[in-house]
Design a protein around this ligand. Sequence first.
Ligand SMILES: *Cc1c(COP(=O)(O)O)cnc(C)c1O
Length: 356
Amino acid sequence: MKKINFSAGPSILPQQTIEETAKAILDFNSSTLSLMEVSHRGKDFIAVMDETIALFKELLNVPEGYSVIFLGGGASLQFCMVPFNLLEKKAAYLNTGTWASKAQKEAKLFGEVIEVASSKADNFSYIPKDYTIPADADYFHITTNNTIFGTELHTDLDSPVPLIADMSSDIFSRVIDVSKYGLIYGGAQKNLAPAGLTFVIVKDEILGKVSRKIPTMLDYKTHIENESMFNTPPVVPIYAAMQTLRWLKANGGVPAMEKKNKEKAALLYAEIDRNPLFVGTAAKEDRSIMNVCFVMAKGHEEKEADFSKFAVSKGLDGLKGHRSVGGFRASIYNAMPVEGVQALIDAMKEFEKQNA
Ligand SMILES: *Cc1c(COP(=O)(O)O)cnc(C)c1O
């Protein structure tokens, strides 16, 4: 039996994505050739690129005036591409975790960085709320879901300057109003596709405003003008993304995912709050619906290794928490069925009985 994959990333994908991609790797569109060995400029692959971008726009309701592009380099390359293309004098950053800190660090190479607020002193266990976004900043950068700490912004913020969001781990998990953002980016390996693909949604009018020269490959305009085909795009991950988006659409799109994700998260948090052996690490109002972080409750710390082993024996994989939080992290992305969450809850209950 296949294990249940709670890994934070690369992470669980719809079985349909895995099977259809495997088929295309063996024989792409009955061409007898592998998806891995055909030209990205051939008509069959261009059709894949076109469908993937069209589904991306449709499922997120991307308005006119925005481009969707696919790149390599991961979300981490966006940490520098964003300021390279958008930071003229100063930018504002909200520091909500490891990834947010890394994004901020890169921006400092290009100009002044204002950290509007940070929850670092409390090990990023909550999302700061009281701060002012400087109206003269070139942009305001946020991380909507903090994959490591299990906190999440549940609404689209209002910002007086272009809002830039790292949505690596919550894209397509809830309905968003793209028109409130200047740019959204993320690595695809959390909720969409295998590693190697980065997505960027950018409002065209925010580009072209910095005075510095931008290397061709790092200029968003290059990739917009060439429809993500300036150089060889990550062909296999794009094909897999198309399959995931087809699956998403067939399963009711983002609103249906959001409903299911909220139900899954509510079930798991309810068990964490009920079970005397476990305790959640994130502030309740900021709890992520994608990454659920919990540790052993006070007085039960020594049972951590036992629960780890117990979970593995139940086929629950990838539950180890990030080293900066410890304990456990259940990543319950779109592709995680409610039965997977229920299996974890059952294991927690059974472990509680054994330790009564
Ligand atoms: C995983 C992750 C990253 C890093 O992504 P790479 O594609 O590995 O560079 C950045 N931000 C967030 C929120 C993430 O979850």
